[in-house]
Design a binder for this molecule. Structure first.
Ligand SMILES: [Fe+2]
Ligand SMILES: [Fe+2]
Length: 362
């Protein structure tokens, strides 16, 4: 019988291997691990813990005035959206954590939700450090800009339906599985196409403007590490495991939906790019480069799931630069940038003890 209380000890839970629609009886136990890959991803993700105040934005205060109006607009649109979306993603992961019935997955989703709230707080902290009393007005752009609002419609719709029907209405069965599958795919695509493009925008501005926004660029390296080296791989693992016959998702795992959705998001991201470039282009950040970048990540999103690419986009120098730039331990990173991290010991070393030391310092 399925456990309806916060924890059930009347009988041993069955099918604890099932990621969803199984039964843990509310227990969390690691003595029997069905998916070591998920446990390893959890350990790896946890070892990169950092605090929302980790980056110093002092140099960005003066750097901001060196950006031209086109760059300032792109920066604000992008990072306000990121703040808004990361705050939203906290709730998506909390819902997924509630629904997951496998210990390894639950540990991951609960920690990722926590991770996301640190991201949202760090964007807000960065903007408040940069703009002081003007930060509130600047951040309020998320309530005014129609493009920012519409760029998050899909995630809001898919996760909203998930929350209503699977949590509130307690639906099960094929339709519930389809809703869950779509919400996971939407989250995976968000973090694998939209977020990389947002990071790319800020890093391009920083590169073109002689490190004028190096604090924010450093913050995005920390966030990108969580997103691309932890959250994306976890959802990729989940989508892979859900293809196993014993997970009972064979009918609902829809290649057609993945293709349809990736194509939809790719088109929408190109429109977002055009909107960012409405008042002019920035060297290294123009329509041609951006469209290639978006298509390259759309292809990668599909290939990572074992699906054929849609665009066969070339891996350009820009993509190579982006991949190199985002690596925090990159030896080419300027010393100035590195000095922007406060208490960075735990971040630059993959060492859990250093991380705990970092937390104590904070
Ligand atoms: Fe995030
Ligand atoms: Fe994320």
């Amino acid at each position: 019988m399925k456990c309806e209380k916060i924890i059930c000890v009347d009988e041993l839970p069955k099918e604890t291997f099932k990621l969803f629609f199984g039964d843990t009886g509310g227990m969390l136990r690691v003595d029997k691990t069905d998916y070591p890959v998920l446990m390893n991803q959890f350990k790896q993700g946890f070892s990169k813990v950092w605090m929302y105040t980790a980056v110093d934005f002092k140099s960005d205060i003066t750097g901001w005035d060196k950006l031209d109006e086109v760059s300032q607009r792109i920066f604000l649109l992008n990072n306000s959206y990121q703040l808004l979306m990361d705050a939203g993603v906290v709730n998506i992961y909390n819902v997924l954590a509630m629904l997951s019935t496998n210990t390894e997955l639950k540990l991951n989703y609960q920690y990722i939700a926590q991770n996301e709230s640190i991201h949202a707080a760090s964007y807000s902290y960065g903007l408040s450090q940069m703009f002081g009393s003007e930060a509130e007005d600047k951040t309020n752009i998320v309530y005014e800009d129609e493009f920012i609002k519409s760029r998050m419609n899909d995630e809001v719709d898919y996760s909203g339906e998930l929350y209503q029907r699977l949590i509130l209405d307690k639906e099960e069965g094929p339709e519930a599985k389809k809703i869950l599958f779509k919400a996971i795919v939407a989250t995976y695509v968000l973090e694998h196409i939209k977020f990389p493009f947002s990071f790319f925008a800020t890093w391009s501005l920083n590169k073109t403007n002689d490190n004028a926004i190096q604090g924010f660029s450093m913050l995005l390296k920390l966030i990108a590490q969580d997103e691309l080296d932890y959250h994306v791989p976890v959802n990729k693992t989940v989508l892979k495991i859900l293809r196993e016959p014993r997970q009972n998702f064979t009918e609902e795992w829809s290649k057609e939906f993945v293709y349809w959705y990736v194509e939809k998001v790719t088109k929408a991201e190109k429109e977002w790019s055009d909107y960012l470039l409405k008042d002019g282009e920035v060297p290294g950040f123009n329509k041609k480069i951006n469209n290639n970048f978006i298509e390259y990540f759309a292809d990668k999103t599909l290939k990572d799931l074992g699906l054929e690419p849609l665009y066969n986009a070339k891996k350009t120098d820009t993509v190579d630069w982006y991949n190199e730039y985002r690596t925090i331990n990159n030896q080419n990173a300027s010393l100035q940038e590195i000095s922007n991290i406060n208490y960075n010991k735990g971040v630059v070393k993959d060492d859990i003890l250093s991380n705990l030391g970092m937390l104590r310092e904070i």
